[in-house]
Design a protein around this ligand. Sequence first.
Ligand code: GAR
Length: 202
Amino acid sequence: MLKKAKIAVLVSGGGTNLQALIDAQNSGLIKSGEICLVLSSRGDAYALERAQKAGIDGKVVSKKELGTQEAFESLLLQYLNEYQIDLIVLAGFMSILSENFIKCYEKRILNVHPSLIPSFCGQGFYGLRVHQAALDYGVKVTGATVHFVNEIPDGGEIILQKAVDILEGDTPEILQKRVMEQAEWLLLPQATEMVSALLIEE
Ligand code: GAR
C-alpha cells in the first residue's frame, strides 16, 4: 500500500488551478496525495514560479522545442517515471496527449475543463474560447467539470461538476474568473483527493 499518491501537475499558463492544489495540500484538504512534480509545456508559464515558491520541482517539456509528439511524450514519460508518479493532474495543460500516452496512465489522469461537459468541450475548446462560446450561445448557466482523461478530448468519465450562473454584462474574462472561483478551484482539489485516496487503497 502506498503512503501517499505521488502527483504530477501538468500546466501551460498562469497556474491558478495549480495554486488551488498547492493551497489544498497546505490546508490538509489533499492528504492522500503529494504534489511532487510540475511539468510545463511552456518555459514562460507563471505556474513554474508558483511551483518554485512552493518548493516543488518544475520542468519544461516543450513540444515546439522537441519537434514531434513522440519526443514530447517520451520526455514527459521520462520525468513521470523518474519521479514515480501515480496520478497526473492536467491543470490548464494546453497540449493534447496521444492514446498511447493515456494508456500508460489509465484512470490516473484528471483534467479540469471550464464548462459543464458535454457543452462547449472537445477539440478547440480551451481557456477563454470556452467562455466566449457559452456567451455566444446565450446559455444562462455554465460551470466546470473534472473528469478522467481518455482518448476522446474531454470525453472521459466525469468525476465532479459544478454549475455557475452567467450574469448580464459578462465578458469571457469576467465569466472565466467566476467559474474559476466558484467551481474549478474547489472541484479540482476535491477530485484530486478523492482519486488519490482510491489509489492508496489499491
Ligand atoms: C482553466 O480555466 C482551465 O479550466 C482551462 O484553462 C484555464 C487554466 O488556468 N483549461 C482548459 O480549457 C482545458 N481544456 P490556470 O493556468 O490559471 O489554471
